[in-house]
Design a protein. Sequence first.
Length: 214
Amino acid sequence: MKREVGVMTDERKRKTRSDKKRDIKPTISIDLKNCIYRLSYVTDIPVKDVVETICEKGLRSRRVIEYLSQYFRREFQYMSTIYMGDLERESLQRKYQSGKNERITTRFNQGTYESIKCLSTALDVTPSKTTALLLDASVRNTNLLNSFVKTYLHGTLDKSRMQELKKVLNYINKNNPYNEDISWFTLLSIIFDEVKDNTVNAKEAIHSWLDKFK
């Protein structure tokens, strides 16, 4: 009986260790950091969770991997595609974006961390640097950022409010004289810029803004 309890305890410890998240503190440009903090603010999601989710989406995005592949110094496989590396390419380890750079904190589960380690091998940089490059490439992917914000909105608004917001977004894009589409993230930012001083949270801000169109 004692032996069985001991086995269960060991298994529980192993499970705890495998589920434990790994801290990473990448150094990113102040502009990217401000973008992440703004995204955190308008979605009411902690910064570390925003970074984690965006990086996880980036790891699954062919467009993001395609972009990063120009810097691969070693071979990397994405699904059925194998990207060839070139050791003649300059390492990005010591390269930072011009201007001020600061650290940001996030955490990854073991599976995501292992994926980042594989990517870091191809890039020939540390996992921390890989996270910075991945985060930057992912945020620049409009489709990925739209997906993040739209998923948040679906979880925040009821069906009727979501439909109203879609109609507003479609109207703005249909009548936009600048020939450029407004993204979900941009729309959410516009809403907060107009009503944030008089609201408590994202849901209330969106409801207040939509009420003006009634």
